[in-house]
Design a protein around this ligand. Sequence first.
Ligand code: FES
Length: 157
Amino acid sequence: MPLSDKLKEKINKTVSKSETKQSALIPVFHEVQSEHGWLSQESMEEVAELLGIPPASVQNVATFYTMFFTKPVGKHVLWLCRTLSCALRGAEQVEHYLSEKLQIHTGETTPDGKITLLEAECLASCGTAPVMLIDDELHENLTKKRIDELIEKLRRE
Ligand code: FES
């Protein structure tokens, strides 16, 4: 999907407020991803052209950060922490439970396009492990019951 005129206008504003075009790249990616859900090859090429940055550099930045999706994801993204504290407090069992419940493996999206399950590095909430982000919201002290409630809520949306 090409960038809309409205989005291009927003991008131009972001670029005009940035010190350099390179430094505008991250906020611009957020804007594109928030509108399109992910960063397609086509949208990255358009961003490269708008900012006057080589397409390879744009792609390198996009693929460096895990928060940017360079392939389509579901409407909701679950980021399950697998780092030490969460691992010690059952993250692996949580992952198995989620995989079974959603009928997908980590890295995949449910067939209805609603939920993508991904692994995350430490989410800075080790004291309340195991934790996961659902989109931008942190959920702590995960139990099977809590996961059931969260997934049911996502399925209803
Ligand atoms: S290890 Fe999971 S939040 Fe830190």
